[in-house]
Design a protein around this ligand. Structure first.
Ligand SMILES: CC(=O)SCCNC(=O)CCNC(=O)[C@H](O)C(C)(C)COP(=O)(O)OP(=O)(O)OC[C@H]1O[C@@H](n2cnc3c(N)ncnc32)[C@H](O)[C@@H]1OP(=O)(O)O
Ligand SMILES: O=CC(=O)O
Ligand SMILES: [Mg+2]
Length: 722
């Protein structure tokens, strides 16, 4: 935790502080020193419409911080103590060849008693969460252009998604003009989809020439918007766009110009792993974008294809149903906000003892105060029609941490004058202690939980870190196919169903981290609804459209009913550590693994640290673009650390790999004019040093998280850049 150095203090107005690479003007507010920029933002842009006085707000934050900070620190201490106990077990049992046993984990309190069977009591949940199964998009909050795209990603063109990606056959269309052969394949594929999802009473959609539409199930014909037809299947809408004057429509026997799908049913506006936000200035960009998004008046102006584009959130539309009644058609994704976890602190607010405020506490208070603009119907558009605020809480370790969030949310509700459980919580099931005690975790938030989601990327990082001393782990690619992960995914669904999530809350699956590989996504992500998950993460609006297909072809409610009688996969399987059975890798295999991880680490960190980009498509060692964020960085760095700890690699090999991969990453980024090469100076950049630190000190980094090293390095880079 950073203790900033106060250069000058006085009771009244401005204080100049120089901290760990961060300097700012602070103002005194109810015993807190608050960044002047944050004071202005909150007092001028958030509070007036939220209907809370500045005095009440800051006093509330100060009280809340003094009440929750000691408990937050104790919880972090508990993480350390449990980790230490597990590490010591491995030190005492060096030849065990397995993770610390269940009996020991129970003895130290890592495993807690299961609660008696219970059903969650969450209420006032929007249909997008409780009733509609479909894709969940994640978007980095710092990018208003992307954020607006995400909001509008509730609908997307199936023709575009099939044409512009490799979805059809694994190949991207190469011609610059319209490729008629490809276009025909797209139309055939899209109409085959209609035959599956909304079949005609007779014949195929390919043969439909317009006129009266007779569906096999007439209830699927919902209504019309002008000439366009609105169809429904499994709670999702489809729009058949009829326009005989359109270049595509005029070649179609029925004048179909496009088939549009309801796609990103909900979107997570991410303040966590996909962003680089280290100080007050960064946090304000995040909070301001969240404010604009939730009010509905966010605007982004940018140039695209040589033109200036102004992007805003779409208005809902209406269609006329078969009996002539006008019905609303939601045009925007339901917005959820991911706060940061319990670990980090922020220099945006300093506590009376000079320590930084826990960032999770600040996020809770500010993002919820901002969401009051929606509850009070201040902006032009509505998010939650049921009057709820949806906060996703990442990286919680076990039931005590969930209970902490629950109490924190209670306190924020009291501060903001909100009815109890107005704020809903999405629990990321992404740390081992949470997976292993999932029922108890859900119980701790049982009246506000709106999702459990298997964040398998962080979860893999924690799997490695927790059992760091157990032995060398499998190669990274093999960990995904090991016994623990199947048990983790199955138990998450089974426990969610046993706690009554069906029809009330989401059971969610993780991210597709290869944004350009849509053909593979179409093949693999069908498994998510088939597993009984009512949602799963996608990286882009296009991926949302394609993943929506899966929810048409699989009825999740039925799958949930089928799975609800299954016997729970035993905890022992979940606790099976992905240790390598055969550690006699060849020198080439070791180098390949090391290079792959080192390249991913550098490719991601260099953008995070030098450019403040928290999530990007990083070309991997074979130049395939992968979505990298802090969770994937956690895996790659922890993996090398694990092999270092067990002597599979040594520091010399790591340094050599980092230097070799630095050259590769520099070459991969050569076309980016804002890129500063890692090897521009002989010793390498801050990012190179940080990557090395992350690996070498990985066993001591809290839970193997990357944030402390990243924040510190970014602060230095910002300072260096002036
Ligand atoms: C482990 C975890 O925590 S996973 C959750 C964290 N990860 C994420 O949030 C990933 C979200 N996805 C992204 O940020 C991006 O898709 C990236 C960084 C992976 C790729 O970004 P890019 O390389 O710029 O994507 P690409 O060039 O293919 O597409 C850009 C276009 O798609 C849109 N787009 C791409 N991703 C998104 C998104 N997540 N939300 C909204 N729009 C998006 C952009 O707005 C842009 O369209 P525009 O030019 O009309 O504005
Ligand atoms: O947050 C998601 C993850 O996979 O980690
Ligand atoms: Mg995560």
């Amino acid at each position: 935790m950073n203790k900033a150095t106060l250069m000058q203090t006085n009771d009244s107005a401005n204080i100049t502080l120089s901290g760990d690479g961060v300097s700012d003007d602070y103002q005194l507010r109810a015993y807190l020193r608050v960044s002047g920029e944050l004071v202005s933002f909150v007092e001028e842009e958030v509070l007036p419409d939220a209907g809370i006085s500045a005095a009440a707000f800051w006093k509330g934050l100060a009280v809340l911080a003094s009440r929750f900070t000691p408990r937050n620190r104790e919880l972090l201490q508990q993480r350390e103590e449990l980790q230490e106990a597990i590490d010591n077990w491995h030190r005492r049992n060096p030849e065990s060849g397995c993770g610390a046993p269940e009996s020991f984990l129970r003895e130290i309190g890592y495993l807690v008693d299961e609660p008696a069977p219970f059903i969650i009591g969450t209420q006032k949940v929007d249909a997008e969460i409780a009733e509609i199964s479909g894709p969940q998009l994640v978007v980095p909050v710092l990018n208003a252009r992307f954020l607006l795209n995400a909001i509008n990603a509730r609908w997307g063109s199936l023709y575009d998604a099939l044409y512009g990606t490799d979805a059809l056959d694994g190949e991207i269309v190469s011609s610059t003009g319209y490729d008629t052969r490809r276009g025909a394949q797209v139309i055939t594929r899209a109409k085959a989809f209609l035959d599956d999802a909304v079949p005609l009473a007779e014949g195929s959609w390919a043969e439909w020439t317009g006129g009266q539409l007779q569906l096999a199930n007439p209830d699927q014909l919902l209504g019309t918007i002008g000439d366009n037809v609105i169809l429904g299947n499994n709670g999702l809408h489809i729009e058949i766009v009829i326009d005989s004057s359109h270049p595509i429509g005029k070649t179609d026997p029925a004048g179909i110009a496009d088939i549009r799908l309801e796609a990103a049913i909900s979107t997570i506006v991410d303040l966590e792993d996909s962003v680089a936000a280290i100080d007050a200035a960064d946090k304000i960009v995040a909070y301001r974008n969240w404010l604009g998004a939730i009010r509905g008046d966010l605007e982004a102006r940018f140039s695209k294809g040589g033109e200036t584009v102004t992007r805003t959130a779409n208005q809902d539309r209406s269609y006329i149903d078969e009996s002539g009644v006008i019905r609303n058609l939601r045009a925007r994704s339901l917005l959820l906000v991911r706060n940061v976890g319990h670990l980090m602190t922020t220099p945006a607010v300093l506590l009376p003892d000079g320590e930084e405020c826990h960032e999770g506490i600040l996020d809770a208070v500010v993002t919820m105060a901002i969401a009051m603009h929606d509850l009070k119907r201040i902006g032009p558009l509505r998010n939650s029609l049921r009057g709820s605020i949806y906060v996703v809480k990442p990286k919680m370790h076990g039931p005590e941490e969930c209970a902490f969030s629950n109490d924190l949310f209670d306190a924020v509700e009291d501060l903001l004058g909100l009815a109890r459980n107005t704020v809903k919580i999405g629990v990321m099931d992404e740390e081992r202690r949470t997976s292993a005690n999932l029922a108890a975790c859900i119980h701790a938030v049982k009246d506000r939980v709106f999702f459990i989601n298997t964040g398998f990327l962080d979860r893999t990082g924690d799997e490695i870190h927790t059992s760091m001393l157990a032995g060398p782990m499998m190669r990274k690619g093999d960990i995904k196919h090991a016994e623990w992960i199947a048990a983790y995914e199955d138990r998450n669904v089974q426990i969610g169903l046993a706690c009554g999530f069906a029809g009330k809350a989401q059971i969610g699956k993780g991210m597709w981290a290869a944004p350009d590989r849509m053909h593979a996504m179409l093949a693999e992500k069908a498994g998510h609804p088939a597993s009984g998950a009512s949602t799963a993460w996608v990286p882009s609006p296009t991926a949302a459209v394609l993943h929506a297909i899966h929810y048409h072809l699989c009825n999740v409610a039925e799958r949930q009913r089928e799975r609800s009688t299954e016997t729970l996969v035993p905890l022992g399987k979940l606790l099976t550590v992905p240790l390598a059975e055969n550690t006699r890798w060849s020198a080439d295999e070791i180098t390949e693994e090391l290079h792959n991880n080192a390249q991913g680490i550098l490719g991601y960190m260099v953008r995070w640290i030098d450019q403040g980009i928290g999530c990007s498509k990083v070309p991997d060692i074979h130049d395939i673009s992968l979505m990298e964020d802090r969770a994937t960085l956690r895996i790659s760095s922890q993996h090398i650390t694990n092999w270092l700890v067990h002597g599979v690699v040594d520091r010399f090999a790591i340094d050599a790999a980092l230097h070799e991969m630095a050259a590769k990453v520099d070459a991969q980024n050569a076309g980016d004019p804002s890129y500063r090469p890692i090897m521009a100076c002989p010793k390498g950049s801050i990012a190179l040093a940080a990557a090395r630190e992350l690996i070498i000190t990985g066993a001591c980094q809290p839970s193997g998280y990357t944030e402390p090293v990243l924040h510190h390095a970014r602060a230095r880079a910002k300072q260096q850049a002036g």
